[in-house]
Design a protein around this ligand. Structure first.
Ligand code: ADP
Length: 646
């Protein structure tokens, strides 16, 4: 039932009654009655009815005067006026003064009932529209505010990724916090390394004296509680103090969480005057900003750590005794340390960011860089410079960086090596004659008179040792001769024949305890070589494979053509060679000493001969070996013009 109150300003008592009994009461409206204009106006102002039915002809104040007075008092109650004569002028005037409808007297109850309902529903509609408009305005304002908040958070977020300077980012975070929650002050506190105290890292509008010395203990402070619980804290009244003596009316702290280190600090806003309590939305906004601050701090920490590492590495590279040159993937120089500049007579600034082959005046080094670029594999080589110095150069590809050249000046080692070789050569030469004489006399001894069995035994051992020494000296002098390039007239050689005849020599001895694998290729090009020396290569590699493979193992030989070269592999599943020793096994007199080689005899010259002979044939020899699994020795020799086709 409607409960609207209807003020009827009407001097005719009958009309009042008629309206009350036939229109208002049956429809549930409450009736307020006024019998003249003045009383009507007073009741209108006092009672603020929902609708007024106003007669135009009234004692004391007529209808138009009442309307005028209502307008002056800004009373917005809808008015239906009644009149006995329908004059256009009167109607226009009444409408101008705010009347909503009119009914001509005499009227029937239905007519008035319709008019009241029409006006009331128009009013309701209007009210609803006004309400809706207000709601829309409110929603729009809220949307605008949220948009602005998002905008601020987004701007702070962007500065986290674009600014590397954490001070600026953290100051922005605190500024934004204060602005977004409408606080008076803001601060960002970080845990110190011992995690015992929080110190001020950034602040907005905090008392300068306090800011300068602000440190709070984790154990007994509000901020410390946030660190320990990892949850936001908000407080009002007495308890809301930042530190002793620094009181506030309200404060809100949220934690700064770093993924790897947990809670690392606190972002806080403070109201020292305003009593307004911070809201859930404020926590949300502050937490978003705190996340950004934590990211900025962690980024800066990682960056600092990386930078420190980089500086350390660069210092190591720069200060290293050995010469180091680093080039990028495009072969531009990235770094040349002092040792490299001194060794090669260069100045670093002239080299930086230039192609290495344009700034390095040593063709041998440049071609090493190119080789590693092309093969993608590390390489080591002795490089002789024009001024006579020799360097041991190593170039290693480093993915994501480029290539690194490391060089040591080994001129003095080479010189010592030369002197040692000369000395050994001279001694070997000098020893050969007296040793041969001793050997001769040992041979003659049995003829000089009868010997006891024991004396025979001793002479036998002396002869064996003498033969070993003479063979060693001969081998050494052989390398010497080879290095000097003597007797190296080359002719087309059939490697299959050489391999097979060498295998036949070994077979009887091998088959007792090792499996031999050799499947000759259908065709193999001839190589330009010295038959005796090529046989020596195969001999030495096979004898090693047999020597260093325990009983029950296998040794395999294979050969094939490969792009202008003949490749031969001598493989075994023997004891293998430790990676650290592999670079040296081709050196003269070098022998691997390990538990497996204990008691094995040898001169350490076999592979040195192999390397010298292969080098003299413009070939290359290398080894791939894994301790305990076996070794593969491979050599390549250039194909001669005349190739074998059988
Ligand atoms: P050695 O007279 O000692 O055999 P080499 O010059 O022929 O001298 O070889 C040098 C060293 O290389 C050897 O002492 C041995 O340790 C190692 N070596 C050579 N060939 C093999 C192989 N097939 N398996 C394991 N080690 C090998």
């Amino acid at each position: 039932m409607p409960q609207e109150r209807v003020l009827v300003i009407e001097d005719s008592f009958e009309t009042q009654q008629l309206l009350a009994e036939l229109v208002l009461e049956p429809n549930g409206y409450r009736h307020i009655q006024a019998l003249d204009g003045e009383e009507g106006l007073r009741l209108a102002l006092e009672e603020e009815p929902d609708i007024i039915v106003l007669d135009m002809q009234l004692p004391k104040m007529n209808g138009l005067e009442v309307l005028e007075a209502l307008q002056e008092h800004q009373l917005d109650t809808p008015v239906i006026f009644t009149t006995v004569r329908e004059s256009v002028e009167l109607v226009v005037q009444a409408f101008r003064l705010g009347a909503r409808d009119y009914v001509i007297k005499p009227f029937g109850p239905l007519e008035m009932q319709d008019a009241i309902q029409r006006v009331l529903s128009a009013t309701t509609l209007r009210e609803e529209r006004d309400q809706l408009t207000q709601q829309l305005v409110d929603a729009n304002q809220q949307l605008q505010r949220q948009l602005q908040e998002l905008n601020v958070i987004y701007t702070v977020g962007r500065s986290v990724t674009s600014l590397l300077d954490p001070n600026r980012v953290l100051n922005r975070v605190v500024d934004a916090a204060v602005y977004l929650v409408g606080a008076e002050e803001g601060m960002l506190l970080l845990l110190d390394d011992e995690r015992e105290e929080l110190y001020l890292r950034a602040a907005k509008d905090v008392d300068e004296k306090v800011a300068r010395t602000l440190r709070v203990r984790v154990e007994d402070s509000v901020a410390g509680r946030v660190i320990e619980s990892g949850r936001p804290v908000f407080m009002t009244g007495e308890r809301a103090k930042v530190i002793t003596g620094y009181l506030s009316k309200a404060l809100l702290y949220v934690p700064l969480r770093a993924p790897e280190r947990g809670t690392i600090g606190v972002l806080g806003v403070i109201n020292r005057e305003d009593e307004r309590v911070f809201s859930e939305r404020d926590i949300f906004l502050l937490s978003a900003l705190a996340d950004y601050a934590a990211i900025a701090i962690e980024n800066a920490r990682h960056f600092e750590a990386l930078e420190a590492e980089r500086v350390k590495l660069e210092t190591v590279l720069r200060e290293a005794q050995g010469a180091i040159i680093v080039v990028d993937e495009q072969s531009n120089v990235l770094l040349a340390n002092e040792a490299a500049c001194t060794a090669l007579g260069l100045v670093e600034p002239d080299l930086l960011h230039h192609p290495v082959d344009e700034v390095l005046p040593h063709a041998s080094l440049c071609s090493l860089f190119t080789e590693v670029h092309d093969t993608g594999k590390a390489t080591r080589s002795e490089v002789s410079l024009e001024d006579g110095r020799t360097f041991n150069a190593q170039i290693t590809p480093i993915s994501g960086v480029g290539r690194v050249l490391m060089m040591q000046d080994i001129t003095h080692l080479k010189e010592m090596d030369r002197i040692k070789s000369e000395f050994v050569t001279a001694v070997s030469h000098d020893l050969r004659t007296p040793l041969t004489t001793i050997q001769g006399y040992i041979e003659l001894l049995p003829r000089a008179g009868s010997l006891s069995t024991q004396q025979h035994e001793f002479i036998l051992r002396a002869r064996e040792s003498m033969e070993t020494i003479i063979s060693l000296i001969n081998t050494f002098l052989d390398i010497d001769r080879l290095e000097a390039g003597l007797e190296m007239e080359l002719e087309p050689c059939d490697l299959i024949q050489i391999i097979e005849s060498e295998i036949e020599t070994w077979r009887p001895q091998m088959e007792k305890h090792l499996e031999l694998r050799w499947e000759p290729p259908e065709t193999l090009s001839t190589v330009e070589g010295h038959p005796y020396r090529l046989r020596q290569i195969v001999h030495n590699l096979l004898s090693n494979a047999i020597k260093y493979t325990p009983e029950g193992g296998w040794v395999s030989v294979s050969a094939e053509d490969d792009d202008g070269y003949v490749v031969v592999h001598v493989a075994d599943n023997g004891i293998g060679i430790p990676p650290a020793q592999q670079p040296y096994i081709f050196d003269k007199f070098y022998r691997v000493e390990s538990e497996e080689t204990l008691g094995m005899t040898g001169s350490g010259l076999g592979l040195a001969i192999v390397k010298t002979v292969v080098d003299k044939h413009n070939g290359r020899v290398w080894v791939e070996s894994r301790p305990g699994l076996g070794s593969v020795f491979s050599f390549i020799l250039p194909v001669s013009q005349q190739t074998r086709t059988s």
